[in-house]
Ligand binder design. Structure first.
Ligand code: MSP
Length: 694
């Protein structure tokens, strides 16, 4: 009988378009799902989008859309990306769907009817970006997870008796050590829970973008309870048809990034225990993809889009790189240089070269038919390859099952190098020149051995690189690799006389221009409004330094402008808009033009000097829905310490640009007296973060 295997990704927030960080998790899950399918398991792979909550509501507002319009748009972008990348999810759940709502409300009722929900008042801090209650913190405190400024919340809420589950959770972590992986995360969770659990507020009543609490629609269900439930609502929990739930639940693994461990490892099992439902078998937290040394994220403005890599090197190259280069569970840096280097070394020169020379020689010397490896011509080196292949099969499987993809691939590529060396030592091309029987038998054995090793690496690597391995498999004359039963993979199954397919290169070598192309594509995409979701605003043209129209801002602070391709072209006067054109010509602008400039209130969270630039400060400012990095020329007027916590005005929809290698994502607004130092714009009254100036 087949085993069932159920795997999930986190459902992604729709306030940001998909980037490489999101693709990373989804690709890892896709790879695991593909391997389980090849092992014959009845596999179910779920992904989707997380669309409710205050963060999304605010992001929609900022984009001038209704939350539903906004969520539809971004959710579609996620799905389209996953489809374009050929990711084989079986279901895509949206938390705004009816099936999800029904399931969440059913879960709430179950927990309530079991006596684990009560009403109370929450007074404390809340981080909108993480949708996290930050208990026992003072107003103005920073979120312990993301470091953004928390907001004070006082609300009539429903509470969940989380404290009642402390002991059972500890028993779970200690009795089932593999429940949380890797071990570092397990230890963190264990110590968090052991230090005491407080009850958790599980509803909000000051905004409406969520699923109504059953029988009390003034409240919406806390977005994390709503979101976590996706793992069961997608299977039909709470609906009339629970056949999938009965078949696939509990999940075999929830794959997540390390920043959402608490929600998955503490709250989720506690909710399930309260509802009397089985717990997932395991939770695996991977590390972050870093770019330019910090977590790749929209708010830091340092995202790379997977599309860029796919367009230049192909999807398989990206998949291989992510899983081979980064130790799964730990943080890993992404760079275009490392990507191309790895691609050339392991794929173009490694597997690609092994495939092309082995298959080309079989085509040339044996009329494209797999030759007979004669016993008489056998040497020790042939047996060593067979042993190496057996070991690669075993090691690949055991590392892969532990989600140690880089070690699994290392094991398979150990075989690739061994065969490479074997081919060089045995010089089949020299044997091919000789026509006598002995040399011919030896040639047949060497090429059979190489082709069989190639077949084994190809089968193992198929879940990681589905397209390229499918091509190699077909070139080996073996048909559809997806249909191959991986449980049967053994040395020596390549049948004699198998007719090869047409031999074609699978991984053409990439040269330096590939790096430049990818970098350029990213610069251009960052220069377009594609980075920020749904603003719809056209990029504002920064004025020339020294021109009379120069805004009184400190952005760049007198640093020479870089002639970057990221700048938008100068506005052209359109004959279709004579009024605006006329207005611009006498130095005035229309209200529509002013409305294009998105001025917003932000709070400085981090300020530090930029090395080697006397005038520049690097700032991180909180806009309520996101934190951004800006580089501002105000270092001569303000010390970094004096700015922390200060509310400022920023131009929020400027095209990002780089100053001293740092991306500046907006411009801080200041008065610029003729010969004096800049003076920051500010407010006498308190203003919520993110408020727009009009
Ligand atoms: N909506 C919640 C999850 C709810 S699950 C019930 C959420 N969404 S998110 O859009 O912020 O996505 C988080 C996930 O995206 C991470 O847990 C991780 O899987 C992936 N990543 C986003 N950026 C990443 C990196 N820079 N590096 C690696 N993975 C990252 O949290």
């Amino acid at each position: 009988m087949n085993n069932k295997f159920y795997i999930t990704t986190p459902i992604y927030y729709v306030n940001a378009r998909p980037h490489l960080g999101h693709a990373y998790t989804t690709i890892a899950c896709d790879t695991i799902a593909r391997r389980h399918r090849m092992l014959g398991d009845d596999t179910w792979f779920l992904t989707g989008t997380d669309e409710h909550g205050q963060k999304i509501e605010r992001a929609a507002l900022a984009a001038g859309k209704t939350p539903q319009q906004f969520a539809d748009e971004v959710s579609n972008t996620f799905r389209a990306s996953w489809d374009r990348f050929g990711l084989t999810y079986d279901d895509f759940i949206r938390t705004t769907s009816e099936r999800h709502k029904i399931g969440v409300q059913a879960l709430w009722r179950k927990i309530r009817d079991n006596g684990y929900i009560y009403t109370g008042t929450y007074t404390g801090q809340y981080c909108v970006s993480d949708e996290l209650y930050v208990d026992s913190a003072e107003p103005g405190a920073l979120c312990p997870t993301c470091g953004r400024v928390t907001e004070t919340v006082k609300e009539e809420n429903y509470f969940f008796k989380l404290s009642a589950f402390q002991e059972r959770l500890i028993q779970l972590y200690t009795g089932q050590p593999d429940f949380i992986r890797p071990e570092t995360r397990r230890n963190e969770v264990l110590s968090f829970v052991s230090s005491g659990l407080r009850d958790l507020s599980i509803s909000r009543s000051t905004f409406a973008w969520g699923i109504p609490v059953p029988d009390d629609p003034k409240h919406v269900i806390y977005v994390w309870l709503d979101a976590l439930a996706n793992y069961i609502t997608a299977l039909g929990y709470g609906s009339n048809d629970t056949s999938k739930f009965d078949k696939y639940w509990p999940a075999d693994v929830h794959m997540i990034g390390k920043e959402i461990v608490r929600f998955h490892c503490v709250y989720w099992p506690a909710f399930l225990m309260a509802a009397g439902l089985p717990l997932p078998k395991g939770i695996m937290a991977h590390g972050w993809l870093l770019f330019e040394e910090s977590k790749m994220s929209k708010s830091r403005g340092n995202v790379v889009r997977a599309e860029t890599i796919v367009d230049v090197l192909g999807m398989d190259a990206l998949r291989y790189f992510l899983l081979r280069e980064v130790v799964f569970g730990q943080d890993g840096s992404f760079s275009f240089d490392a990507l191309v280097q790895r691609y050339n070394a392991d794929l173009a020169n490694g597997l690609g070269n092994l495939a092309s020379r082995t298959l080309t020689m079989i085509t040339r010397y044996f009329k494209a038919e797999v030759p007979y490896p004669s016993q008489a011509a056998r040497k020790a080196g042939d047996n060593a390859i067979a042993d190496a292949a057996r070991k690669a099969i075993a090691d690949f499987g055991s590392h892969f099952d532990q989600y140690q993809f880089s070690r699994a691939l290392e094991a398979a590529w150990g075989l690739v190098s061994a065969v490479d060396k074997y081919i060089v030592e045995n010089e089949p091309w020299a044997l091919g020149d000789k026509r006598d029987e002995e040399n011919r038998a030896r040639l047949a054995t060497v090429l059979y051995t190489s082709a069989e090793a190639l077949r084994i690496v190809t089968a193992l690597a198929h879940p990681v690189m589905p397209e390229a391995t499918a091509k190699i498999w077909a070139q080996l004359g073996l048909g559809d690799v997806k249909k191959f039963d991986l449980t049967q993979l053994r040395w020596g199954q390549l049948r004699l006389g198998t007719k090869l397919g047409e031999v074609q290169p699978v991984f053409p070598r990439a040269d330096k221009s590939a790096i430049e192309r990818m970098q350029k594509m990213e610069e251009q995409r960052n220069g377009s409004s594609e980075t920020s979701v749904g603003t719809g605003a056209s990029p504002v043209q920064p004025s020339e330094p020294g021109s009379s129209a120069r805004p009184v801002s400190a952005r760049g602070g007198g640093e020479a402008r870089q002639p970057g391709a990221t700048q938008a072209p100068p506005p052209t006067t359109s004959p279709a808009k004579p009024v605006a054109a006329a207005a611009i010509s006498d130095g005035k602008i229309s209200i529509d033009d002013f409305a294009k400039v998105e001025l917003r209130v932000a709070q400085v969270k981090v300020a530090e000097r930029v090395k080697g630039a006397d005038k520049l400060l690097r700032l991180e400012v909180d806009l309520g829905t996101e934190v951004r990095q800006l580089v501002a020329g105000i270092a001569e007027a303000y010390s970094p310490e004096s700015l922390i916590g200060r509310k400022v005005v920023i131009v929020a929809n400027l095209v990002p640009r780089k100053l001293r290698g740092l991306e500046s994502n907006g411009m801080i607004v200041a008065a610029a007296p003729e010969d004096g130092k800049p003076v920051l714009a500010g407010f006498l009254e308190d203003v919520p973060l993110g408020t727009r100036l009009k």
